[in-house]
Design a protein around this ligand. Sequence first.
Ligand SMILES: Cc1cc2nc3c(=O)[nH]c(=O)nc-3n(C[C@H](O)[C@H](O)[C@H](O)COP(=O)(O)O)c2cc1C
Length: 389
Amino acid sequence: MTVDVYWRIGMGGDHASLRTPKVRNRGDWGGVGPGNLAPAVRNGQSDGYAYIDHAAAVARASEAAGFLGGLLPSFPGTEDPWALSAALARETTSYRFMVAFQPGFLNPLQAARMSASLQRATGGRLVYNIISGGGGPAQLWWGDQVAHDDRYARTSEFLEVLKGVWQGEPYDFDGRFFRTGGAALPPRLAGEPFPEIYFSGSSAAAVNAAGLHADYYLSWLEPFADLERKFAGVREHAAKLGRVPKFAVRIDVLARHTEEAAWAEIEKGWQYVDPAVATRQAQGDSVGAGRIKGWVPATITGYRDVEVQPNVWAGFSLLRGGPAFGLVGSYEQVAQRLDELLDLGVDAFILAGNPHLEEAYRVGEEVLPLLGRARFTRPVPARETVSTR
Ligand SMILES: Cc1cc2nc3c(=O)[nH]c(=O)nc-3n(C[C@H](O)[C@H](O)[C@H](O)COP(=O)(O)O)c2cc1C
């Protein structure tokens, strides 16, 4: 059994620890001031470093620490993952770039050409994280008024066209959302490998579309029994279509030498949690976000209230936004929980931690070697895969 292990690249700055969640002092996202990195201020002047320099440091650190690649998330308030991955590819050797994007905001021909060019330039290191949108203000930001289930219909069409034009033969398509006539990638681009598809979404519409297109069905972490049921549903649906998806889970990790030390870190961050935020309703129409809300008790009196099973903690969103669930514990405990997920049929992890730079080293050095059940997928340096045509 092999497992693909990715790290998240923060796309909107970073903070030095969970103690300082409101100050993004890594990168120029939180303003430029004393104590900042990239850029740092020396004698009242910026030292000339920019966010790309910090992101490059995280990519290089996580590559060196044994991660296969990085997830580059996409939200209205972040950098653009396509642009950053092209820049970061030159900073790394074998590191893969899992670019999050919403089909529908890109013309599929443009997406195909951009993807194939990236594949050619990087030696096949592009991976897709197909996100179909969670509604609410984020969708409006894009000017998108397409209803929840129709967004998945649009995603399906988009991927059909993308795969259609990739072959390099003239391709016609006349659908509900997209149309193309005689389109094809030029021969040099059409021979590039089609990127692996990680596909997320918890609704029935998402599971339908994932059945058609996902190489990996991707979920946030949930209590393990729920995750197992969710995967069984996806597997069953895909089997009806004659497909066998793999499974991936995105997990925040806070691991320390001892369990007590890990919880002590959480406790430091917890002091800054606003109880009003802790009970806030999920915005938008995301079924996945709604599921997560269901596991958080109505009244939270302390951080251990949201430990839903040993080492599985649902409070990360309260500390720094983003998904709620992650693993908290000693290096051994976290590795054991990851092993249990592999036993449930997980094939890939996207791990994350703040600060991204130091935690990439820590997780790579202290946790990944303790995983007992899997061998890691060997990264292929770009120079071994670069197209010779
Ligand atoms: C692991 C994971 C990563 C995601 N990353 C993003 C992202 O970067 N940007 C975004 O807008 N939505 C992201 N999403 C949201 C989903 O793609 C999807 O839009 C949302 O779950 C709503 O779908 P649903 O109602 O079918 O659950 C992510 C979801 C998962 C599970």
